[in-house]
Structure formats: structure tokens, C-alpha cells
Design a protein around this ligand. Structure first.
Ligand SMILES: CC(C)(COP(=O)(O)OP(=O)(O)OC[C@H]1O[C@@H](n2cnc3c(N)ncnc32)[C@H](O)[C@@H]1OP(=O)(O)O)[C@@H](O)C(=O)NCCC(=O)NCCS
Length: 143
């Protein structure tokens, strides 16, 4: 089945909220999921008729950022996260972005592995950044 990455629709907010609830201790509110600005990119990701992922990023001039990447638990480990990121990286290239940035918990080895495989490199750490006390690893990808 083909993966479809589309603009987030207002009607999808509850499904996205449900998806995030299962993945993050401090889930995003509906307001956070919907809050936007001219630089924000919000995508819902479907496999057939099933919403399997959510992505939020930002492109400001020649800088890109990954703000949220989430794949529904039952659909993890099937290459969906990698496909979403590859989509965003090629979108950034088309926009003339030079660097893509993200922050990830130092405890989240799965995500760090995914980002490293795609060429992201650790650029720094923010100590005890997250509410669970874990450090944030700042990673960057030069395009
Ligand atoms: C992190 C996340 C987005 C990855 O999405 P995914 O669809 O499960 O990942 P993929 O199947 O595309 O796997 C991509 C890479 O991740 C790594 N990976 C996947 N499962 C892994 C595991 N159990 N252990 C270690 N690394 C793993 C591998 O490097 C894999 O690459 P490979 O298949 O070439 O070996 C997903 O697990 C998720 O939503 N997690 C909860 C939310 C989160 O932590 N988001 C990221 C921080 S903002």
C-alpha cells in the first residue's frame, strides 16, 4: 500500500491527538496540533484509509526544522518514519534550505538511530531539557 502525505485537515485533529497520546507522556493539546504560522508545515500520513503518522516542520528562509515526527505504535518499524523524513528533506532541498535542525531526547535511541542513518549529526546538547529530566540532543543535517 502506498503512503500518502497530505496537509493536516481540521477534522483530523482528534485522530492525531489520539495517536500522540499513545506516544508521548505530555501529549499535545488540540490547540498545539492546530496552531500554525506561515512557516509551519503540518502533515497527516495515511496508509490506505488509516491515519498512521503526523509530521510538523518549519522552513524559514534557508533553515528547516523537524518539530514533530510520530508514527502510530502498530505501524512503527515499517519504514514510515524514514519515508516521512525523506519527504521533508527533499521538500527542504527544493526550497533551497541549507540546514535542517531537530531536537530529540537522549533517551530516544530509536529516533536518534533513524536521524543518524539519514545523515543528521549531533551538534550539541541541552541539559535536562525535557520534563522527564532527559537531555535534548540537537542534531543538524547539512543539505
Ligand atoms: C521514531 C519514529 C518516528 C520512527 O518511525 P518508524 O516508522 O518506527 O521508523 P522506521 O520504520 O522508518 O525506521 C527507521 C529507522 O529507525 C531505526 N529503528 C527502527 N526501529 C528501531 C528499534 N526498535 N531500535 C533501534 N532503531 C530502530 C532504524 O535505524 C531504522 O532504519 P532501518 O530500517 O534502515 O534499520 C517512531 O518510532 C515514533 O513515532 N516514535 C514515537 C515518537 C517519537 O519518538 N518521535 C521522534 C521524536 S520527536
Amino acid at each position: 500500500m502506498k503512503l500518502k502525505i497530505k496537509n493536516l485537515d481540521y477534522q483530523e485533529v482528534e485522530q492525531v491527538e489520539e495517536l500522540l497520546k499513545g506516544l508521548f507522556p505530555n501529549r499535545w493539546s488540540k490547540g498545539q496540533i492546530l496552531s500554525t504560522n506561515p512557516y509551519r508545515i503540518k502533515k497527516s500520513v495515511y496508509l490506505g484509509d488509516t491515519l498512521v503518522g503526523f509530521f510538523e516542520g518549519e522552513v524559514i528562509l534557508d533553515e528547516g526544522a523537524v518539530l514533530m515526527l510520530a508514527v502510530k505504535k502498530e505501524f512503527q518499524g515499517k519504514g514510515i518514519g524514514k519515508s516521512i523524513l525523506n519527504w521533508f528533506i527533499s521538500y527542504c532541498k527544493k526550497q533551497g534550505v541549507k540546514n535542517v535542525w531537530l531536537e530529540v531526547s537522549a533517551e530516544n535511541q530509536k529516533a536518534i538511530q533513524l536521524y543518524s542513518n539519514l545523515g543528521f549529526i549531533e551538534k550539541g546538547r541541552r541539559k535536562k531539557y525535557y520534563t522527564d529530566g532527559s537531555d535534548a540532543v540537537v542534531m543538524g543535517l547539512q543539505l
